[in-house]
Structure formats: C-alpha cells, structure tokens
Design a protein around this ligand. Sequence first.
Ligand code: OGA
Ligand code: MN
Length: 328
Amino acid sequence: MDQKVSAQQASGITVTRVGANLGAEISGVDLRQPLDDTTFDAIQDALVENELIIFHDQEITSEQLMAFGRRFGNLSVHPFSPNDKDVPELIKFANDANNAPFGTDVWHSDETFRESPPMATVLCAKEVPAVGGDTMYASMTAAFEGLSDRMQQFISGLEAVHDFKPFKKLFANTPEDRKNLQHFEMLYPPAIHPVVRVHPVTGRKVLFVNPQFTMAIKDMDERESRSLLDTLFYQALVPEYQFRHHWKPHTIAMWDNRSTQHYAIHDYYPQRRIMERVTIAGDRPTGVEAADPNTVRRFKFKAPENVDHHGGHAPQRQFRRELEKAED
Ligand code: OGA
Ligand code: MN
C-alpha cells in the first residue's frame, strides 16, 4: 500500500481531493486538540501533495490556531499586516463598513519580499459575509507545467526581484514617516528569488513570481522584464490552475505558500468578514539550473493535426467530410 495512504488510515483522517490541480478537504480531526505525530504527518503530507487543505467546522480559539500552526514550524510576524497587540504572530483581518479590506485582492504568495518567505499560511474564518468574500487559489506547479517547453527553458535559471512596495502606501508622506519607511527598507531590502523554484519536499518545479511583490527580472532590460512578467503573471489567471474556496464560519484553510498563489475577492464590502491567520516561517527558495534545450517535449497535448483522421477516434469535422467528398 502507498505509504501516504497508510499514514492517513493510521491517523483516522480522510483527505478528499476537491480541485483538479489543487485543494483537498480533510475530515476526521479536531484541531482544538494537540495532534499526535501520525496525524500531524498525514496532514503535512496532504498539505504538500494537495497544496491547499481545508478543514470545516473547526471552532477553535486563537491559542489553538497558533498551537496548530506551531506544529509545522516557527510562526513569523508580518511587519505590515493588522495583528493582535499582545500576540504579534496572530494576524486579525476585521473588515466591515468602516474598514475596507486592503492589499489582498492581488494574486500573490505571502511575503515573498522576505529573503525566506513563509512555508505555509493558516487562515481561519470567524465571521463571513452572507455573499462574497471567497478566496481564489492557483497551483503554481500546474502553472509552470502549463508553459510551453521553450518558455520553461527560457525562464529556468532566471532570478527576480521582490519588494514590499504595496505596503509602502501605509507610510504617510511626512518627514517622520519617510524616515520610518527607510527603517523598514533597511530591514527588508529587495529579495532575489529564482523564477522557477524547486519545491523542497516534492522536488516539483513551481513558477515563483507574483504580481504583488515581484518587481522585475534580474539582469533584463526593463521592457523585456515587464513583458515577460506579464506573461508569467497571466498563468495564475488561468481557470484550469485555480480553485475557488467558499468560506463558512469556522472553516480553516492552509496553503503551501511555496507552490500556490491566492487572491482574496474584495466583493463583500461593506459586509463584515473576520478572519484570523498564522504564518509558518520558511526557507530560502532554491531554483533550477538553466535548462537543457534538448529536453523539449514534443507535444503538451496531442495536437489536432497529429490525430489519425482515419482511425475512427478523432471527432469528424465538416471540412474534412467535404474534402473527402471532393476526392471521390
Ligand atoms: C492572507 C490573505 C486571504 C483572504 O491571509 O494572506 O491573502 O481570503 N488573505 O483573506
Ligand atoms: Mn495572502
């Protein structure tokens, strides 16, 4: 039996895939309780394998959410997100008529402006709007796989510059805040990450640029960089690589921040949406070497012109029938 399947069975959890390229629901576990090693291993395997895991009906306290997160590693503190004043690791999004959501309605993976971006993020819904407020996810593994061989080769070995630029809006244009901003620019200088990242657990290749934090391709002319980035950013927009998650109160979603991007749909204002989040620290991304141009796959899919028209399996098209009639 598959080792992962047996680990799942031993732990008693059930993992049900819900999206074609990413996303699974996990049942049979109570996240209020400390996880035994078998259950923890099964959940961690499910996270890496499915890239996004979802737990329903988990009415847990902030402390329990943090304990769950800590099982995976150290919790990191986001320098710019709204957080709890006593517990800085706990992010609190409390959006309503007086506090419009800010900064999450752009495709991104979390905090790639850091030299070592988070490994994973755990988000827990406390109150959800009657309509709207879904979160979109994209598998950047599928997004990379969907590029042509030539594009995969071209971007392999490239590096990109990531920066916390979108959060600079939080600083006022005053002498004092300009100085404050400088302080954070020193703390978080632009980070250089590989454009094609190798997932440290699965070894899969991942497209690792995002429109929120990726500013430029290193060592490229600005115009080249812009058009290449636009092409690569487009990959997260492809519906086939996406999964749309609808929140209910007490749903918890955890995503592998190394292999996914997400986008919080800001369509619910002025309704209330209350979420809590913890973030698990990660490692420095590792890239791939420049690719060997002799490794071109011949076809991503079998192209229609290569289908055997006389084998009886290809769909018959009118133009072909007319051609055949003309031959007789
Ligand atoms: C985040 C984020 C998504 C959401 O927590 O990193 O982008 O749906 N939030 O609120
Ligand atoms: Mn985010």
